[in-house]
Design a protein around this ligand. Structure first.
Ligand SMILES: [Zn+2]
Ligand SMILES: [Zn+2]
Length: 384
């Protein structure tokens, strides 16, 4: 539940000595802000330590947030393992974490759209705002992204993340959470918005048939959003227990990945026709061709998973002769408001995907649960 302060908003003076606040009394989240905080700091690949670091300070247009829930995803796992050397993160030490919700703790100069105590979910792509892509709303594809231009940031990847007690973000990246959306669910807005972006990219329509490859968090959220958006048939392709979970979440059919050709499994479930839309969420190179093989003539295939630059073999004649569209889906530009609205309405109930919760001090166990998928971990949430 959001708690608003009723008196003076704490404002941090920038560059002005100690981290004072005008503590506004009793409200949770609006108490005094300490000068240091606990954070999970990545010092090198596989060297993640919880330690005391300075609380960041919001500059003009920025907001200091008390982090309440931060999910760990496959990308975090790869960043910790050092799979994107020199890119994510560009340097060490670095604070990761990019799927999160928190509470406004203090406002930097010029912020008028939020109040201390507001609960928010944070976006990660902060585009330059001036290039052609940013100006058409595709700040996820900012043209300055690759040049280490300071006008572009990808928080949790190229700029400090949120596996810490506090984080600073530009106010423009913060979307208020209504009280029906918990902090833990707020930490699922980021992957949920990606799933919604996938549906939008394909031109999803009510009454359609879909196949979802890879029932990880993104795949399961795709099931939830597809059901909420009116899919008539949802076929999930994956393995074992995750398929049972997919069924519980609204999947009408499941195809065991290892039981023969999964594309044939999808075709069998649609009377041989194939589905209108396929969402490839596994990142498995073999699944890309299988996803394409599952689409009907004129169907669309959205790629939400990354293969890690592995080669994918494709029969492009099938794409041409059956006029199949293959679409890349990156991040979730302008998708947070509708994602949050669907969660608040109850149409999408994502919280049950948050299977494991840990305090920040137990980050090692959290990462282990993420990696081993031990005890059926779907989404691991850290609550600093
Ligand atoms: Zn992620
Ligand atoms: Zn830009």
């Amino acid at each position: 539940m959001s708690v608003r302060s009723t008196s003076t908003e704490p404002r941090l003076s920038i560059g002005g000595g100690e981290t004072e606040t005008a503590a506004s009394g009793s409200a949770e989240g609006a108490g005094p802000i300490p000068s240091t905080m606990r954070a999970a700091v990545l010092h090198a690949p596989e060297d993640l330590r919880v330690e005391e670091v300075p609380v960041p300070r919001p500059g003009p247009g920025e907001v200091l947030l008390r982090v309440r829930a931060c999910g760990l995803c496959g990308t975090d796992h790869k960043i910790i393992a050092g799979r994107y050397p020199g890119v994510w993160p560009p340097e060490f030490p670095f604070i990761i974490g990019h799927e999160w919700a928190g509470e406004v703790a203090a406002l930097g100069p010029g912020v008028t759209t939020l109040r201390v105590g507001d609960r928010v979910a944070a976006e990660n792509h902060s585009g330059c705002g001036q290039c052609g892509m940013c100006r058409t709303g595709y700040y996820n594809l900012c043209e300055r992204a690759d040049r280490r231009d300071p006008s572009y940031k990808l928080y949790g990847h190229t700029a400090p993340g949120a596996l810490a007690e506090y984080a600073v973000r530009p106010a423009i990246l913060l979307m208020p959470l209504p009280e029906q959306v918990s902090n833990v669910e707020g930490a699922l807005v980021n992957p949920g918005a990606l799933a919604l972006h996938g549906l939008r990219r394909t031109g999803f329509h009510p009454g359609c048939s879909v196949a979802v490859f890879g029932p990880g968090v993104i795949g399961l959220l795709t099931v939830l959003f597809a059901r909420a958006a009116g899919a008539a048939q949802i076929i999930t392709v994956g393995r074992g227990e995750r398929l049972s979970l997919a069924r519980e979440l609204g999947s009408t059919d499941v195809v065991e990945y290892d039981a023969g050709d999964p594309a044939q499994g999808v075709r069998d479930a649609t009377g041989g026709r194939g589905v209108d839309y396929v969402y490839e969420c596994s990142g498995n190179p073999a699944a890309v061709a299988q996803a394409i093989g599952s689409a009907r003539r004129g169907g669309k295939v959205a790629l939400l998973g990354l293969t890690g630059n592995k080669g994918v073999e494709l029969n492009t004649d099938r794409l041409t002769l059956d006029q199949i569209d293959v679409l890349g889906v990156r991040s979730s530009p302008n998708m947070y408001p509708d994602t949050i609205a669907l969660m608040a309405s109850g149409a999408v109930r994502a919280e049950r995907l948050a299977t494991h919760r840990y305090p920040l001090e137990r980050i090692g166990e959290a990462v282990e649960a993420l990696r081993s998928r031990s005890m059926g971990a779907v989404r691991v949430i850290v609550e600093p």
